[in-house]
Design a protein around this ligand. Structure first.
Ligand code: GDP
Ligand code: IMO
Ligand code: MG
Length: 427
């Protein structure tokens, strides 16, 4: 299976890092590729009890022998990139190779300033972004005033581009937001300071990956963010600024859709969301607090508490549809061991009517009330289970029921954060 996509099927933090790491260590994976987003992501990998978090780097960086690729669809903060690399090197981690696309857009410190100022300006309508400058960097890209990695290697061109990018931005900052203008020279100096270290890593990653696939090598595309945060298919405007769905892999890597063999949707056995926006199964009672506490639902990038709710099969079916999922990887089943009964949202009720699929409009989605079906809990610790047959019958029934209502088969189940705490459902 040469090209595998791993992506988030809910609102992020489903365990994509763990799923990627698991695949990268259990199969021979030659390349692990990030194709969208930037250091707004926070992916956790636990190896022999040691916890690692990757943000901009693909999780494959921890797999010796695999080459990590940051492809053209990613927005790259060179500062964040080297901070992350140095952090891992300081911990004595043996790192795999790293290649960065010449066409990836660059995040400079002013993008993050604009991100935070814009959020403040939005007041109660704010998105709750990570403040990493993701939206403003993608906005520059779409406005055709973005800076790309290759621009860092020609100071003359870089200066012209920074000048053009800051022209309108500085009017906005000074006249609308009442802030100081960003100095062109300071930005050029900031970006040029990373050029020498970055240069040996830069390549045409579309060519690299297509040649690798031609040679029968295995390429794993590690999604960031998630389906419901996708700028086209998520809960707009409460989304990130990139295409986090499977289609984003093709544009974000320069690899055609016919080359993709498997699309794995990572999904939690319940739901979480960070930041603002609609979330039909969100809990505001003790169950929500318990899911948050037992699940350790605190953001890896921002340290924010995640909002928690029950599993939403409407979201799962939607993710299966818009991504063309070939399978799901179900994580955090172990967290549900404390409940006598576990509700699962099987449909919505919107203005008195039952709706089985994702509603067409955001207004309807805001009005959606979950229709729950109850499942018997297993009231035990399943973190030591290593096969589907080891699971209590109630847990097996829960997984089988989710599979039946979610639109794709469940390939694997996570019963703990460790690499080994995983079991396969179908052999
Ligand atoms: P990502 O952004 O999708 O990679 O997910 P995060 O790393 O932000 O959040 C997922 C969290 O769940 C991390 O703390 C993981 O270590 C943890 N995790 C992943 N799979 C499992 C699982 O099956 N059980 C438990 N208990 N934790 C898990
Ligand atoms: P991983 O890859 C969860 C959310 C932010 C905010 C919205 C927009 O770890 O699953 P942005 O900074 O991207 O402009 O913020 O998207 N968000 C995430 N939520 N997991 C993530 O990444 C996220 N990346 C962005 O909280 O609501
Ligand atoms: Mg995360």
């Amino acid at each position: 299976m040469p090209a595998i996509v791993v992506l988030g099927a809910q609102w992020g933090d489903e365990g994509k890092g763990k799923a990627t790491d698991l695949l990268a260590t259990s199969e021979t994976i030659h390349y692990v590729v990030r194709t969208s987003g930037g250091h707004n992501a926070g992916h956790t990998i636990v190896v022999n009890g040691e916890k690692y978090a990757t943000h901009l780097l693909p999780s494959g960086i921890l797999t010796p022998g695999a080459t990590s690729v940051i492809a053209n669809g990613v927005v790259v903060s060179p500062e964040a990139l080297f901070r992350e690399l140095d952090g891992l090197l300081e911990r004595g981690v043996e790192l795999g190779g790293l290649v960065v696309s010449a066409n990836a857009h660059v995040i400079a410190s002013y993008h993050s300033t604009i991100d935070k100022v814009t959020e403040r300006f939005l007041g109660k309508n704010q998105i709750g972004t990570t403040g990493r400058g993701i939206g403003p960097a993608y906005a520059d890209k779409i406005n055709r005033v973005g800076i790309r990695v290759a621009d860092l290697f020609d100071e003359g061109i870089l200066r012209q581009k920074v000048d053009a990018a800051l022209d309108v931005r500085n009017h906005l900052l000074t006249k609308v937001y009442n802030r100081r203008a960003v100095d062109v020279d300071a930005v050029v100096e900031e970006l040029v300071s990373y050029a020498d270290r970055l240069r040996p890593m830069v390549a045409d990653t579309s060519l690299l990956l297509n040649e690798a696939l031609d040679e029968g090598r295995t390429v794993l595309f590690e999604g960031a963010q998630a389906t419901m945060l996708d700028v086209d298919h998520g809960t707009y405007p409460f989304v990130t600024s990139s295409n986090a769905i499977a289609g984003g892999v093709c544009t974000g890597a320069g690899v055609g859709p016919t080359r993709i063999d498997r699309v794995i949707g990572v999904i939690k056995a319940y739901s979480t969301r960070v930041g603002s926006g609609p979330f039909p199964t969100e809990l505001f009672d003790q169950d929500g607090i318990d899911l948050q506490t037992l699940g350790g639902e605190i953001g890896v990038s921002t340290g924010r508490t995640r909002r928690c709710g029950w599993y939403d099969a409407v979201v799962a079916r939607y993710a299966a549809r818009v991504n063309g999922l070939t399978e799901f990887f179900l994580t955090k089943l172990d967290i549900l061991g404390a409940w006598d009964e576990i509700p699962v949202c099987v449909a919505y009720e919107i203005d008195g009517k039952r709706v089985d699929e994702m509603p067409m409009t955001q207004t309807e989605f805001h009005h959606a009330k979950p229709v729950y079906e109850m499942f018997e809990g297993w009231k035990s610790d399943i973190s030591g289970c290593r096969s589907f047959a080891d699971l209590p019958t109630q847990a097996q029934a829960y997984v089988t029921a989710l599979e039946g209502m979610s639109g794709a088969r469940i390939w694997g189940v996570g019963v703990g954060p460790g690499r080994e705490q995983t079991l396969t459902v179908h052999d």
